[in-house]
Design a protein around this ligand. Structure first.
Ligand code: SF4
Length: 221
């Protein structure tokens, strides 16, 4: 399973001002999403997308492999398990031990230093809802006053991703959805033309009450 596999992008398509917005996003990614990221991969500037690519065409296909969460994010979800279950549609919504796979791996791309994956149930992430929305985002929006309060940082960033401490383009080829964010060898648009950082998200995530911190694990694995 790849880390670059998550949906409901925290980005939206626009035209001008994308690079300034991207710089602000990178600052938030470094300081507030619980990630250990130091560099931007040059691939971010390459033209890898077809002209019609647009993250607003997301249909949730990228949620089919589940996602990766830090142990801190898992604990936040579990601390809110009652409201999360309220907004899940999976048949395992009342079986909390089935929400996450058991294997916890060292992962210094996260400030928490360790990570695990969400369970895949009936072919989709356990938090994927029948209406195509993310139960973590809906629960955050309806009960915690912030749609991104407990949504995994990997999903917030997608179709960007963090790999080996580098902000990179997510590999969404497995979806085959080039009208959304699946890259191609020779495209005409860069990821900055497919997405634009959501200024509302940036403001929310950088507030002290929402920040997950950032930087290397206290004891690097
Ligand atoms: S946590 Fe939400 S956005 Fe992330 S893969 Fe699961 S359903 Fe999709």
């Amino acid at each position: 399973m790849k880390r670059q596999v998550r949906k409901r992008p925290a980005t939206r398509p626009q035209g001008t001002g994308a690079k300034n917005g991207f710089a602000r996003l990178f600052s938030v990614v470094q300081k507030h999403l619980g990630l250990n990221v130091h560099r931007i991969h040059p691939r971010v500037w390459r033209r890898l997308y077809k002209p019609s690519a647009n993250v607003r065409n997301c249909d949730g296909t990228c949620c089919s492999h589940g996602t990766t969460v830090s142990i801190a994010e898992r604990d936040a979800i579990l601390a809110n398990r009652i409201i999360v279950a309220e907004f899940m549609t999976s048949w395992v919504r009342r079986h909390v031990p089935r929400w996450f796979n058991r294997r916890v791996a060292e992962d210094d791309d996260f400030t928490a230093g360790r990570a695990l994956t969400t369970a895949v149930v009936d072919g989709m992430c356990v938090f994927y809802r029948k209406d195509g929305l993310c139960a973590l985002q809906v629960a955050g929006d309806r009960r915690l006053g912030n749609p991104y309060a407990i949504k995994p940082s990997v999903c917030l960033l997608w179709p960007l991703c963090v790999h080996e401490k580098t902000l990179d383009v997510g590999v969404a080829n497995y979806t085959g959805r080039r009208d959304c964010c699946a890259p191609m060898r020779e495209g005409s648009r860069s990821i900055l033309q497919v997405i634009i950082p959501d200024e509302s998200l940036i403001r929310r995530m950088s507030r002290p009450a929402n920040s997950r911190g950032g930087g290397p694990p206290a004891q690097s694995p």
